[in-house]
Ligand binder design. Sequence first.
Ligand SMILES: [Cu+2]
Length: 409
Amino acid sequence: MSLRKFITNKTTAALAVLLTVFANTSAFAQAAAGAAAAPKVDMGEVYKSVIFYILIFLAVCLFIAIIGKAIRVYELSREAQGKPVGINWNRIHASLFALFLVLGLYGVYWEYTVHGAMLLPDAASEHGKKIDEMFNLTLIITTIVFIATHILLFGFAYIYKYSAKRKAYYYPHNNTIEKIWTIVPALVLTVLVLMGFLTWRSIFFKVEDPKNKAVQIEVTSEQFKWSIRYPGADGIVGNKNYKLTTATNPLGIDFKDLNSRDDEMADEMVLPVNKPIKLILTSKDVIHSFYMPHFRVQLNTVPGMRTIFEFTPTKTTAQMQQETNDPNFKFLFFCAKICGSGHYNMQKVVRVVSEAEYKTWLAEQKTYLNDDLRKQFNLPVAPAPVKAAADSTATDSAAVKTNQMALNK
Ligand SMILES: [Cu+2]
């Protein structure tokens, strides 16, 4: 194809596009004009179309270009007549900098007050308070630096705008200033990083108190739901193995492990207040993220891996309902990793209650092990031996350990 023909083709194509656009918009116009007689006009479609916004954008650009050209003509004509320059652009730019500073600082204030009020309520867990303290300290320091540097940046641009009466002072280097703005941020950042490290360590490395053992809860994620498993009377969540996954045993729980036999399934997560909770997080398919915003807990659930997080809830749901003045308040946990089309739906209720309420609730939950699974694992269709009286935790775990040793042999 010759270049000329190519260009002609291109021009025709461009004209065709323009004509289509025009035809479409005039069709809208006709429709609107025709509908003027009719009682109802649906203009929604016009405003939703991309072309509408592109045309608006082009019109604004054209308007600015015309104004620019007009100003240029005005200036050139003054220059031709030997008159001084009509518009002091330095002054205009400097004033715009000052205006931007004032509007920007007001915007910051607005964000802090309006959106700041939408932040999460106070942490409902022990370690959550430490995380909040760190967050607030970092926010205070960065806000001070942000406001100071922006006042300097835009303030200098305004104060030191060009003036014919003033000559710029040549000031290439100052060691003292260099030292101050290197050492001060380095010190502040070191303190923040150290604080973060120590807080992180205090959250993740805990020595277990034998008198106050953590309540184990296993959470399994899959597209797109959560399964919650409680350990039953022995206090230990039993083993599972993905190879054992079947329609009747969706979590692949290994019922040869005696610890599994009294494990319970739950529809919601119920936690005793002021007791340490040990979450065992696993995933069946892809990486999900277990997220409990009110307790400041967030950890990935990874297929083929157990991740552990220990925390202590400090506020009951009832207490939180009073504090937030919302009788419908509920703690929730979510998935915080876009894991597929049903991701938004992955949430469950967390109910924090007194220890007595927790015990009553736990006693009412169904065990995972049912008659179908007993047959599958060749177990006698009778109550499991481990599922004894709910209070004999100590003797049960001892029995479980002996049983497990016997199994391992
Ligand atoms: Cu998800």
